[in-house]
Structure formats: C-alpha cells, structure tokens
Design a protein around this ligand. Structure first.
Ligand SMILES: [Zn+2]
Length: 507
C-alpha cells in the first residue's frame, strides 16, 4: 500500500490497528465512551446494527422453537453461592448492590442508606436466577424441552475497556434450555452453535471456525463449551459466540427436577448460549478499511444514499424532485429477507463532504444525481467495496435490479475476502521455534500486525497451554470439530498428540 495515498482514517491499519479501530468507530459515529467509567453510549448508527443482529437472530431462534422471556437484573448473592465453580469464574468482575436508598446527608449532598440484608449481584449472566424459575416451571417430562431466550444487558466490572469489545455493561442474548436427556441437551448445544455460525456467515459475512473450548477456556460451570471463532484483520481471533452444555450441574444447583417417562424423579439437563454487542466489534475489525466502516449489506442499517448535486436554486428543486422519485423507486426492495433502506442527503455540505461522510459510515451504495444525469435519465453509482472515486453510470430503468444485484454481490465478496484472508493466514506449524517466531513481533516496542492462526499439535496437557499463554499471550482458540485424527508431537513439550488445535492471539 502506498504511504502517501489519502485515507479518511488516520492512523491506517498497518500503522496502529488498535487506534485505527477507535477512529473507525468515531468516524462512523457508532458509539462513544460515557461519563460512567467503562460504559459506552451506543449511537443510532451503531444501535441500528445491533437491532439488525437482533432481528435476524431472533427469527432463527424462533424457527428453532425458542421463545423470549425476561428475568430480573438483580440476582441474590445466595443464588450464586449454590454453584461454586460458577461463582469462582465471575466473582472478580461483579457489580454488587448493597443499599436500597439515598438520604440527604445534611451538607447538601446525598448518602447511601438502607443496607440490604442480602446483597444483589447486577446480572453478569443469568443461569442461577433463570434456574430458580425453571425449577418451578418444570415438574414432568411433559414440560420439556423448555426453550427460552432472553435479550438483556449484562454487567461485568471490567477495568480495561474498549468500545464493543470489552465494556462494563453490554447487550446480549442468552438462551437457556432444559431437556430430558443428555443426548437431547447436547444436540441443542450443537444446534445453537450452528445457528450462530450460519448467522455469522450469512449476515455478517464472517467465516467462523467451530470447535470445542479447552478445559481452561470453557465457561465456568459448563461440562463443555463450544464456540465460533473469527479472524480479525490484525490476524487475532475474536470469540464471537458460545454454546454451553451444562450437564446436570445447574439443574442440581437450582433443583430442576422432573418426573421421567418411567415415573422416576430425575435432574434435568440444561444448556445456555449467547452472543453480544461484541459482534459489532467483530464486524468492524473483519471488514473495515482505511476509509472507515465497511458493512455487509445484510446487516447495514441503510443501503443506499442519494446525494443530489446542484449549483442554483432552480437546479436544486429539479434535482430534488428527481431524487425523491428515485427514492420512491427503490422503496420496498429487498435483499433476500432484508429490507433495503435509502437515505436522501440534502444537507448544506459540499458533494465531497457528503460523499466522505457516507464512505466512513460504510453505506454500501452512493448515488449521485445532477442536472446532467436527469437529462440522460440515469445516475452515477459508487460502491463501498471499490475506490471512493470509482463511479458507474446506471440507467434509472435498470436501477432497482442493479441495486439488488450489486448488494448481493457485495455481500458475497465480503465473505469471500474474509475467508481468503483467514486461509492465507492459517498455517500448520510443527516446529517449536517456528511457532515462537510466528507469534513474536519483529518490533516489540510497537508490534506490527503479525501471527495468525497456527494449526498445531497439542498433547492435551493444560500445563503446555499455560506455558504458551505465559510466553506468547497465545491461547488455544478451539479444538476444531473437523480436526482430523493424525499422530503428531505437541508443539510445546513434544509428547504424543492426536490432533491439531487452533492457536492464536485473541481479543
Ligand atoms: Zn504438551
């Protein structure tokens, strides 16, 4: 890439990826830090992406038999104490409510008062409180399976935060299900992981690896955790969704029991699964470029912007009339199941300012209309996946078909591009020295983009996993479902290994 090329975002990815990420968010006006430490304000363009994520996933949950419900944000401390391993995993990052009111302190301020007899934890995840309800709802095999989803906010008291990737409060969905048998609960766990993988592929244009988490990376309290992992453009992994088989652990802690078909009282089998506003972080880091946000059309808040170009008042009314007509023409068009939305940007800004504004926001198509276009009954169309100044003349009669087809093509191209990038940056490594070289930046002062996914043998010992994490900040992202059985040597200790796992640096 030429160093002196003009870009809308400074610094560019190669110079400082972390700062580039913040600048893309700012330029697209997706979100900002709030006065409340660690909490973000999600602005309309960013929130609309979340709403589209919700819409698509919610339909998929519904198709697979799930229904939405809502449970309290406050979870009594005693609920958490029922499941030891679980509390271990979350205790360090909980917000705890200890008082119930405010009183005047006599000096013009307020003081907290009304200490609670039992503190409440502000929802870090809902297994325990949902379990308490499920225990009441389930009494017979006839009540099963119970398939519930909740859209909610979560608080994890993070100290080092980053917009969308790690914030003290974030938005998510959490599915919680109860089953008669282990086999059925396991099937549900895989089914929902596949829903996430399909959603990532088809809407976010994000290729994901599916696999099992190692013992040390799994959800506290789960028997098995499965995940989808995506590669970002800095070659780091981002865990984009998880699905947990909880065995009977939470059923025992919450007393979720049922009378079986044989008339015996048994503990149920449960699962939970979730994705969060982190997906927006994944979307930004997987697709955006040095000119700002890039949005796959199926998840974009808006798809087309019409930019009227005029020099006089007379031209203005003529161009606006034509622009409105085009907006009407595009109204009601769909890209598969997604409604295509059109903006009309008539703000008192230069053509260039309006164009760059929308480039940075990642709108897929920009349509310019000037007096000359009206005369020819055509318009100039620019695509976000081409150079900003690349434009194509399209006849108005052909515009609707062009828009739908181009958006569909862009969606596919973004997926293919991300897949090619991952393929190019995934390698089999069998030599320990090469492995260390792969994950060590040449410039440790200001690390350049390096590494990728290393597909290497691992003996299964958590000591080896731990050593690599300590040495290189590299973790096992997953044991891929499609890993083939082949004899090899552990990349760390050299002992016998049965299969390769995915090592990477991660968010
Ligand atoms: Zn080993």
């Amino acid at each position: 890439m030429s160093k002196n090329k003009q870009t809308a975002i400074t610094p560019i990815r190669e110079e400082n990826y972390a700062e580039w990420y913040q600048q893309v968010i700012k330029a697209a006006d997706l979100a900002e830090n709030s006065d409340v430490r660690g909490c973000m304000v999600i602005k309309p363009w960013g929130y609309a992406i979340w709403e589209n994520i919700q819409k698509a996933l919610d339909a998929m949950f519904r198709e697979t038999g799930h229904r939405n419900a809502y449970f309290p944000i406050f979870i009594p401390k005693s609920y958490f104490e029922k499941e030891a391993e679980h509390v271990e995993g979350f205790a360090k990052e909980c917000a705890v409510v200890t008082h119930s009111k405010l009183e005047h302190d006599g000096k013009g301020g307020l003081k907290v008062a009304g200490e609670l007899t039992e503190p409440y934890i502000v929802r870090p995840t809902s297994e325990t409180i949902i379990g308490a309800s499920f225990a009441k709802w389930v009494s017979s095999y006839r009540d099963l399976p119970l398939l519930i989803n909740q859209w909610a906010n979560i608080v994890r008291w993070e100290m080092r935060t980053r917009l969308f990737l790690r914030t003290a409060e974030f938005l998510w969905q959490e599915g919680h299900t109860v089953h008669e048998s282990e086999a059925e609960a396991r099937e549900e766990t895989f089914k929902m992981l596949e829903v996430y993988a399909r959603f990532a592929r088809e809407y976010l244009a994000l290729p994901v690896l599916t696999g099992t988490k190692t013992e040390s990376e799994k959800f506290p309290g789960a028997v098995d955790t499965y995940c989808i992992e995506a590669m970002m453009q800095d070659k780091k992994a981002l865990q984009s969704g998880t699905s947990h088989f909880l065995g009977q652990n939470f059923a025992k802690a919450s007393q979720i029991k049922f009378q079986s078909r044989k008339g015996e009282v048994e503990y149920a089998w449960t699962t939970s699964w979730g994705v969060s506003t982190r997906l927006i972080g994944a979307l930004i880091m997987a697709h955006s470029d040095d000119n700002g946000l890039v949005l796959p059309p199926r998840i974009a808040p808006s798809h087309v912007v019409i930019i009227p170009i005029y020099r006089s008042d007379e031209e203005h009314s003529q161009v606006m009339e034509f622009a409105e007509r085009i907006k009407q023409t595009l109204k009601g068009l769909k890209l598969d199941d997604v409604m295509i939305w059109t903006e009309l940007d008539d703000r008192d800004l230069t053509n260039s300012e309006r164009n760059w504004y929308w480039v940075k926001k990642g709108i897929p198509l920009r349509i310019e209309i000037g007096p000359r276009d009206i005369a020819q009954n055509s318009c100039m169309v620019a695509r976000r996946d081409k150079e900003p100044r690349d434009k194509t003349s399209v006849a108005i009669d052909a515009l609707s078909a062009y828009v739908v087809q181009t958006l569909s093509e862009m969606q596919n191209n973004y997926y293919q591009k991300a897949l090619d990038f991952r393929t190019d940056n995934t390698i089999n490594i069998d030599d320990n020295k090469e492995f260390y070289r792969f994950f060590t930046p040449r410039n440790s002062e200001q690390p350049e983009i390096h590494g990728g996914f290393a597909n290497s043998h691992w003996c299964g010992d958590s000591a080896c996993e731990e050593k690599i994490k300590d040495d290189l900040k590299v973790s096992i992202r997953c044991i891929p479902f499609d890993a083939v059985e082949e004899p090899g040597k552990c990349i760390c200790c050299g002992k016998y290994s049965q299969k390769r796992v995915i090592f990477a640096k991660a968010y």
